[in-house]
Write a protein that binds this ligand. Structure first.
Ligand SMILES: C[S@@+](CC[C@H](N)C(=O)[O-])C[C@H]1O[C@@H](n2cnc3c(N)ncnc32)[C@H](O)[C@@H]1O
Length: 393
């Protein structure tokens, strides 16, 4: 019997026009052909499959195959490299639709989960999305152009949240799980978030909002993210979420790897580093320009004086949130009396990604993609607790 990766390589070779979308239909069909959701992809997929010489069945050989006896279905919007997918699959979920606009992220997703995500959500005909139990979306923190509370969907048309709401309206999933950066809470004096919540309430969801930090879920990273959960029958109670003591970075570091150190004369360590409430320990700074305006002389030992990429944090504490934009520069850590950057494997580890995960082949993409992702153990805990809402029904 052929392996799945061999089959989709063959399929990829016979696709010519509309390559990406067709590939998404076929891989979604192969993942769903055993359940109702398969019929949403069947016609388009068979068009290509029937003209090829591909022999089914095949043997799954991907790191995260779907489980047969799934407990619930979900769709993965703005799927990135699949942080949500790892977490929800671990809890017994079956993913029946995925979408992301970024080709590099889609490739990584396909290599790990088997399905090639559909593309730009604004261009997708929403009717191809099958009914599902849970909708998850780690939608991008692009500038939101929502302001004020107006009637209907007009005030949000043109923003990506509109597309999410359109799918919710069409399919009425039992649970909605949205994730975004902390800043969303303050955007437009809180009105943006308020508008989103109002729209979900109009669709008859009870909505709860909470800020969670990855460092409370077993990984040493100070990564605060806003979680928005909508449920039809009752509000999700965030107090049921179980938190753990903050772990320290040094227990997650590699012992044998090629490390990028900086020379002793390129940085200054401060005398008395203190552990901050966040778990960060600001320990020094690279000798680069410091902020001038509003900075008193003699305050060089304060973290806020130094631009983020020049700050050095101790491995005895947690690491700052991995950024997505800063593709080449990482934060600096002080570990065993030396200052270095995190390796890419360490970055994936402090996001809770399993070692079997297949990363992009492009190094800058590896950093960008993990910085964009969700923290897996945090989503496992949240997912586990929201499943109780489904069970109650
Ligand atoms: C914050 S990331 C989400 C990452 C994901 N939750 C993960 O675990 O990797 C946002 C994602 O939205 C995608 N995106 C942006 N605009 C999009 C659009 N119009 N349609 C589909 N995906 C889009 C980006 O490519 C990016 O991967």
């Amino acid at each position: 019997m052929k392996k799945y990766t061999e089959i989709i390589k063959e399929i990829d070779c016979c696709l010519e026009d509309k390559r990406n979308e067709q590939f998404a239909y076929i891989t979604h069909f192969l993942q769903n052909s055993d359940i109702y959701s398969g019929c949403y992809y069947k016609d388009s997929a068979l068009e290509t499959l029937e003209n090829s010489h591909i022999k089914l069945p095949f043997k799954w050989d991907i790191p995260f195959p779907q489980i047969k006896d799934y407990k619930f279905t979900f769709i993965d919007l703005f799927s990135g490299i699949g942080g949500f997918r790892i977490a929800l699959q671990e809890l017994g979920g079956k993913c029946i639709f995925s979408s992301d606009i970024d080709k590099q992220a889609r490739k990584v997703y396909k290599n790990n989960f088997g399905d090639y995500p559909f593309g730009d959500i604004t261009k997708i005909n929403k009717n191809i999305i099958p009914p599902h139990d849970i909708l998850v979306a780690g939608f991008p923190c692009q500038p939101f152009s929502i302001s004020g509370l107006k009637k209907g969907f007009e005030d949000i048309r043109g923003t990506l949240i509109f597309d999410i709401l359109e799918i919710i309206k069409l399919r009425s999933p039992k649970i909605i799980l949205l994730e975004n950066v902390k800043h969303l809470k303050y955007h437009d004096n809180g009105r943006t978030l308020e508008t989103m919540v109002k729209h979900l309430e109009k669709l008859e969801y009870k909505v709860s909002v909470e800020l969670l930090n990855a460092s409370d879920f077993g990984v040493p990273q100070n990564r605060e993210r806003i979680m928005i959960i909508g449920n039809k029958s009752k509000k999700f109670d965030f107090s049921v979420i179980e938190k753990k003591p903050k772990p320290i970075l040094e227990n997650f570091l590699e012992k044998n790897a090629t490390f990028e150190y900086i020379k002793k004369n390129e940085y200054t360590l401060i005398d008395d580093p203190k552990i901050q409430k966040s778990g960060l320990i600001f320990s020094g700074f690279r000798k680069k320009k410091i902020r001038k305006s509003g900075v008193r002389s003699g305050t060089e030992h304060l973290s806020r004086v130094h631009k983020q990429p020049n700050r050095i944090y101790s491995s005895k504490g947690v690491h700052p949130a991995l950024p997505s934009q800063e593709t080449s520069g990482r934060f600096w850590i002080l570990h065993n009396n030396k200052v270095r950057k995190l390796t890419v494997n360490e970055c994936y580890k402090i996001m809770g990604f399993p070692d079997v995960f297949i990363k992009s082949k492009v190094i800058t993409e590896q950093y960008k993609q993990i910085g964009n992702s969700v923290c897996v153990p945090m989503m496992v805990e949240v997912g586990d607790k929201i499943l109780s809402l489904i069970k109650e029904k």
